[in-house]
Design a binder for this molecule. Sequence first.
Ligand code: OGA
Ligand code: NI
Length: 365
Amino acid sequence: MAPVPSSPIKVGHIDDVQELRKAKPTTIPERFVRDMNERPTLAIALPSLSDIPIINFSRLVNGSKDDYQTESLQLARACKEWGFFQVINHGINLSLIESIEEVAKNFFMLPLEEKQKYPMAPGTVQGYGQAFVFSEDQKLDWCNMFALGIEPPYIRNPKLWPIKPTKFGETVDVYSREVRKLCQNLLKYIAMTLGLKADIFEEMFGVAVQAIRMNYYPPCSRPDLVLGLSPHSDGSALTVLQQGNGSSVGLQILKDNKWVPVQPIPNALVINIGDTLEVLTNGKYKSVEHRAVTHKEKDRLSIVTFYAPSYEIELGPMPELVDEKNPCNYRRYTHGEYNKHYVTNKLQGKKTLEFAKIKRNTSTV
Ligand code: OGA
Ligand code: NI
């Protein structure tokens, strides 16, 4: 019998949303139209923007003892109750925040043929295209993505680093170094809010894995029918998200079963807890489901950095956070195993984390 050729993943035709928008501004192909229960209902307007915690980073680093204590409590509350916060005075130069946005935007504005020189192969997550698509009937996100592995150097794929815009590679490198420092520092302060020693994560993570993803959401004539990005939690330990200046409100987080919009604060960075930190803290700090919605007239850009332990690192709840009252809720596995699981499944709320959960018999006796 002739050997059966192993078939690659069949994802069908994937429209490039920017091209679609240019050619047929009011057409929404069926593959983008969400089932009723997934459509974005009008986001609940919050009484005030300050509900999503804001952390003044400079008060943690340079503040008086009182400043530090107040801010640290705020950080603990943000991690425990929200899983999301915005950082102001984060120490990253405004000019760098502006340049990364400029090169990202200029990249997305290039002709399609130019961007397609760096294609994201089906089933992989680096390059230009749509990640997390695994079947022909899966709904698609109203978004173009470009992603690159940054650290450790062996995850870099030099063929996928764009030549245009000319400053792209250099800017991504400089920006990523700064964001890496910010992640390392934030993790120190987060460790201290848990009563752990400051360097615990740094020592545990090895040479941390870092990746960058740029998301470009063109306007959409029917924002009520589509999603910019499907609901998911991030597989990282921490995620740092920069929203383009003047972008429409697009990011929403699921809080108490309601989708809450994250109002952009100029030059602030949005930080969120990823699945890895949830597991390490035995669920004390949880990753939070989030999604992106689109806007009728405005486009939106986000630049997202994922920071996680080295792939060979074995993870599981830290012994300091497990006791009789807080039994161990997650099993042990390596970050490489989790990453593989994460990137080979479609984005589906917090479902990916089921991989790590210890299932208990919850029946009451
Ligand atoms: C992500 C993400 C949201 C956004 O890339 O993981 O959640 O607003 N992005 O682009
Ligand atoms: Ni995310």
